[in-house]
Design a protein around this ligand. Structure first.
Ligand code: SF4
Ligand code: SF4
Length: 374
């Protein structure tokens, strides 16, 4: 099992798509959901319980998560000193990575760092000076010997030219990433769709951008003989090449990837904190191998591409913060994404047949925090 360990609900940034949207959304509550808004701000349970939970699952993987988990450096050190999962991962905004000693940083199997593209775009979404600090920290941890996977985790919305920004992350002269994941800012807030330009942007910029990017991705395979880890493409291509047509929710939320709240309660996904109807137990007495599994329902269960898509984010499915039509717009981007990868499968198969690539080049660590479907 994978567990997001939510160390704190606090953050040291005020990003437009998170803090900014929350301000606009302040009058929206979760209609019909029983939410506990009084959770501790920091992890408030005995970490020996976390060790006990991990001992019960030989495949236990822990991902530090927040808020911003590096606001809890002492807790990270304590956990890494005493808990023995198969791997430690972290999802961070990267600003404080220089404060965690290299002996700990170098033990991470994967670091997912929030960066939205080049300096202008990252600073526009995340605040002035963010990009520079994060990139300096990427250079620092690399110099200090970090050799695990470093994934640029983009949040994308109307100001993002996906083709240009992903290429920038892969090719710039400052610091290049070989793994990139992107997630749409869609369906998380209650009243943003009406004031945004999501439909127009997704049809005129995002979808043409991913189609072009998929062609570029395979062109790169042809010229370099390697598969760059562009996670949305990689996850779908892996399924198509292996004939897998019954994917479950690809982030693993609620069936193989869970989250531990700051009070020790287990929930299906970190975004579902406080939703009492989805509490699945407490780390003190839960056998991770017997956790209840959730599955997505309508509209996904009746969707013709469910087997490849894997279904809509549980949080979105449960909260229904966007209207039916607005979600349909998101689904249309998923369809086009799947089609864009499908269109490239013959070229990929040819490269495999010619011995330029192996099927195993499309393997990746599943449920590492990349949701695959943006
Ligand atoms: S495309 Fe939309 S409706 Fe279909 S499975 Fe995916 S999220 Fe569900
Ligand atoms: S896609 Fe939704 S359910 Fe899955 S991890 Fe992200 S927020 Fe959670």
């Amino acid at each position: 099992m994978f567990f997001h360990v939510v160390l704190t609900t606090e953050c040291n940034l005020q990003c437009r798509y998170c803090f900014g949207e929350a301000l606009e959304d302040f009058d929206e509550d979760f209609a019909g959901l029983n939410v506990d808004y009084a959770l501790p701000k920091k992890a408030d349970y005995d970490f020996a319980l976390l060790a006990k939970l991990c001992r019960r699952d030989p495949d236990c993987v822990l991902t530090f998560y927040g808020g911003e988990p590096l606001l809890c450096i002492d807790e990270i050190r304590q956990i890494m000193d005493t808990v023995k999962p198969r791997h430690f991962l972290i999802q961070t905004n990267g600003l404080l990575l220089d404060r965690l000693p290299a002996e700990y940083v170098n033990r991470f199997h994967t670091i997912l760092v929030s960066v939205d593209g080049d300096e202008a775009l990252t600073d526009y979404y995340r605040g002035k000076g963010t990009f520079r600090k994060v990139i300096n920290n990427m250079k620092l941890i690399t110099r200090n010997g970090f050799s695990g996977e470093l994934i640029a985790r983009m949040t994308v919305m109307e100001q993002t030219d996906i083709y240009k920004q992903v290429r920038w992350l892969l090719e710039n002269k400052e610091f290049t990433f070989s793994s990139v994941h992107w997630q749409l800012n869609a369906g998380f807030w209650g009243n943003d769709y009406q004031r945004r330009d999501f439909k127009h942007w997704s049809e005129t910029s995002y979808v043409p951008g991913i189609e072009r990017l998929a062609r570029f991705w395979v062109d790169q395979m042809q010229t370099r003989g390697t598969v760059q880890k562009l996670y949305p493409f990689l996850g779908i291509a892996n399924s198509l090449l292996n004939g897998e047509r019954n994917s479950q929710l690809r982030c693993g939320g609620g069936w193989i990837n869970y989250a531990i709240q700051t009070d020790g309660k287990i929930i299906p996904c970190p975004t579902m904190w406080g939703m009492k109807d989805y509490y699945l137990g407490h780390i003190k007495d839960t056998n991770p191998l017997e956790l209840r599994k959730l599955s997505v329902t309508e509209p996904c269960s009746g969707c013709d591409i469910m087997g490849v898509c894997g279904g809509r984010c549980l949080y979105a499915n449960v909260t229904n913060r966007w209207s039916r039509d607005a979600y349909a717009q998101v689904c249309s981007t998923v369809r086009r994404l799947v089609k864009a990868v499908e269109a490239e499968v013959p070229r990929i198969k040819q490269l495999i047949n010619d011995g330029k690539l192996r099927l195993s080049d499309f393997e990746f660590v599943k449920y590492n925090g990349c949701e695959i479907i943006p």
